[in-house]
Every structure is written in structure tokens, then in C-alpha cells.
Design a protein. Structure first.
Length: 428
């Protein structure tokens, strides 16, 4: 049957399909959405990598895996986001054989690398907290683990690179091009018809989805559940904890909440893609996909790509070091010669006061002055989430539009922070 289709003289017949025509408004809306996703992801993830690489105190095992997640997000942003947009807005596949292979390969590669990185973080935290095995994962072991993660991810994604092909068909009045899989085919007799199937392809994609997505998500969720119970039962009621132990416990809880948030967001953002994948492979009817599927497909990919934008926001929201890194970047880029503008306390995370070695806020003598930091305790409670988003969105706006930040963003941030008390004044 396949041979008959291959030998059919398509060039003698007019194209019988429907040529895609996308309205202008739809092109504009989708382009704006994907433009925001691309720019925000590039800015946020590059900055995460720079912050960790330039700050010695940030070079921890967990942060190495966070950098690995950022690298995976950048790969998706640079090689998949715009490709999906172009494919959705144009007729057929116009990007050639190279991007036909690279697009799907990068999606699988990034998904596997991200899941394994999250799994390794959960593993390290689980044994470090539940069984109190400190320094179980050293920087050297973490580096080796990251190399293994990428090698394994490449091996898993390699079949896609091999079997993904650009196909074309010449009609009398139209050239049809599409990107599809060309796995080994088996014939199945159904009644009077012979149907071709690709059992290896089905086994591959179902295995990737179940073994490298659903099962790890369940295992990591259980692991973090045990970790939370352990942290809750560590402190005996009535026992007095000193400030150092209390601060360490608080920091540990905050890190765990951040990691759980990263996992939950990743799971939600990539879930529609996994549902779509299983549907295409396991549906009984192998005829042409329904029209609604293509709308769902675009929405699913949009959610998956948005994960690359949300991760840096989560890091900056839950981790004070990342938050200050974003702030320092903004200050270095826009305020190098304008330190006097930092007197607007609502605008800066830290401002330096030196009056003859006396702290301006407390009057206490210091050797070289002090640093007064305005800490936003926005993540102590879940209800502070809108404030986080508003503040961080303002920071991103500033980074892309430097000329605008003295006006609109300053007013926006000031309105957000007017009710926040300035806390702490300690030696630099």
C-alpha cells in the first residue's frame, strides 16, 4: 500500500488539501506572546548563570543543578520557541531538514536533562535532610553527575535525531512539505485493509513520557513530602532553639519550598505536552488528527516554553542571593554613575551610608560605615505572591527599557514597597 502511494503521480493532480491562512490579528498576538517568552527567558536564565558563576558563595551543589536547568531552558528558547511559532503561522514546513531534526531533538533533550536535574536535587536533599548525610554530594561529584546527565539525555534523544525527516510531495499546483517521523514500519491487516504502524516509535515516546516524566514526578513529590514531614518533626515542642539553629531551619525550609515550587511549575507546564504525546501514540484511530488538536498543541508548547520564564522568577523570589544578584545587575547597568539615586529606599535592596564611620540608621560606630538593607519579607507567606510578581516584573521592565526606569518603574516599585518597613542595619 505504501509503495502504491509513493508511486502515485501526484504531480498530475491539483492539491486537494486546505492551504493554511492565518489572520493578521492572530499572527500579531502569537508573535507578541512568543516574543515576550523568548526575551524574558533569555534575560532571566543568562542572568541566573552569570550570578552563580561570578559569585563564589553561590557555587553550591544545588545551584549547579539550577544552572543546568537554566542551560536546558536556554536551549529550548533558542532552538524551539521561534520554530514552533513559524511552523504554526505558515503553510507546511519551511525551515528545512536541519530544524526539522533539531526542534524535536532539543525538546526531548531538554526535557530529559531537566527531569534528571530535578531528580538529582531531590535525591541530594532527601538524603541530606531525612538521613542527615551532609556533604554527600560534593562539587566534584555534582560536576560528574551533570556530565552523565547530558550524556544520558543525548543518548535518549538520539533516535529522534535519526528518524525525524523532512518530507515533501509535488502536486500540480502546490508543493507539500511536512516534518514527520520515519521509524521502521510494520504492516497490520485490518479487515480488507492493510494498515502501517510504527511500534518502535510508540514504544519510544511512551517510554520517554512515562519513565522520564510521570514516574520521576511522582517519586520526587513523595520525596519532598517526606522531607517536609521531617522538617516539621525535627523541632521538639517546648524545646528552645538558639537563633542560629532557628535561622538554619528557616533557611532550609525556604530552600525546600523553592525546590517544590520549581518542581510543581515544571510538572504543570510540561503536562499538556505529555498528554498530547500519549494521545497521538495511543489513540486507536490513526487517521488525520482532529482540528482541535492543533490548537491544543500550540497551547501545550506555549505552556512548556513559559516554564523557562517562570524559573528565574522563582529563583529570585525565594532566594535572597539570586534576588540581590538581579538587583546588583540592574544597579551596575543603570546606576554606576548615579549612586545618589539610591536614596530612594524603595528602589534599592541595599544602600550605603558613611558618616565618619557612624551608622546613619542606628548611630553605632563602625569601622567603614554600614549597609542598610531593605529586605522584602514577601515570601514568608504565600499571600505575598502578587507582590513578588509585580516587583520582579518591574525589574525586568527596567532591564529592557533603561530610559524608562526613572519614571514609571520607580513609581510602580515605590507603590509596592511603601508599606514595607526598612529592616536591619549591619556592618559591611
Amino acid at each position: 500500500m505504501d509503495d502504491d502511494l509513493k508511486n502515485f503521480p501526484y504531480e498530475k493532480f491539483p492539491y486537494g488539501g486546505v492551504i493554511k491562512e492565518v489572520p493578521v490579528w492572530e499572527m500579531v498576538v502569537k508573535s507578541v506572546i512568543y516574543g515576550i517568552i523568548t526575551i524574558s527567558s533569555l534575560f532571566g536564565n543568562v542572568l541566573i548563570i552569570v550570578i552563580v558563576m561570578k559569585n563564589k558563595t553561590m557555587k553550591t551543589v544545588t545551584n549547579y543543578y539550577i544552572v543546568n536547568l537554566a542551560v536546558a531552558d536556554l536551549m529550548v528558547t533558542l532552538t524551539c520557541t521561534w520554530v514552533t511559532l513559524v511552523d504554526n503561522l505558515t503553510e507546511g514546513w519551511i525551515l528545512g531538514a536541519f530544524f526539522c531534526k533539531l526542534n524535536t531533538f532539543t525538546k526531548v533533550l531538554s526535557l530529559v536533562a531537566s527531569v534528571l536535574s530535578l531528580t538529582q536535587i531531590a535525591y541530594d536533599r532527601f538524603f541530606g535532610i531525612v538521613f542527615a548525610l551532609r556533604a554527600r554530594m560534593t562539587e566534584r561529584r555534582a560536576s560528574i553527575s551533570l556530565v552523565i546527565i547530558w550524556i544520558f539525555s543525548i543518548i535518549v534523544a538520539l533516535p529522534v535525531l535519526i528518524y525525524r525527516q523532512l518530507k515533501s510531495r509535488e502536486w500540480l499546483d502546490h508543493t507539500e512539505r511536512w516534518c514527520d517521523d520515519d521509524w521502521p514500519v510494520e504492516e497490520e491487516v485490518v479487515g480488507n485493509f492493510t494498515r502501517t504502524t510504527m511500534p518502535l516509535r510508540t514504544a519510544y515516546f511512551v517510554s520517554v513520557s512515562v519513565v522520564l516524566y510521570f514516574i520521576p514526578m511522582v517519586v520526587m513529590s513523595l520525596a519532598y513530602g517526606v522531607i517536609i514531614l521531617k522538617l516539621k518533626t525535627t523541632h521538639i515542642p517546648g524545646e528552645i532553639m538558639d537563633k542560629r539553629d532557628e535561622q538554619q531551619a528557616k533557611t532550609k525550609r525556604k530552600i525546600i519550598i523553592m525546590l517544590i515550587t520549581i518542581l510543581a511549575v515544571f510538572c504543570v507546564c510540561w503536562l499538556p505536552c505529555q498528554v498530547m504525546l500519549l494521545y497521538t501514540e495511543l489513540r486507536g484511530n490513526r487517521s488525520k488528527l482532529e482540528d482541535w488538536y492543533y490548537h491544543f498543541e500550540f497551547a501545550a508548547y506555549t505552556m512548556a516554553y513559559s516554564n523557562s520564564v517562570l524559573n528565574p522568577i522563582i529563583y529570585a523570589g525565594f532566594n535572597e542571593n539570586f534576588k540581590q544578584g538581579f538587583e546588583h545587575y540592574r544597579i551596575d547597568r543603570h546606576d554606576t554613575q548615579r549612586n545618589k539615586s539610591l536614596r530612594y529606599g524603595a528602589w534599592s535592596m541595599e544602600c550605603k551610608f558613611e558618616y565618619g564611620g557612624v551608622c546613619a540608621a542606628t548611630g553605632s560606630a563602625t569601622g567603614s560605615g554600614c549597609i542598610c538593607k531593605f529586605l522584602l519579607e514577601v515570601l514568608q507567606d504565600v499571600t505575598s505572591a502578587p507582590t513578588i510578581i509585580e516587583s520582579l516584573s518591574a525589574h525586568i521592565i527596567v532591564s529592557f527599557t533603561g530610559w524608562f526606569y526613572n519614571c514609571t518603574v520607580l513609581i510602580e516599585i515605590h507603590s509596592v514597597l511603601t508599606s514595607t518597613a526598612a529592616k536591619g542595619c549591619w556592618n559591611q
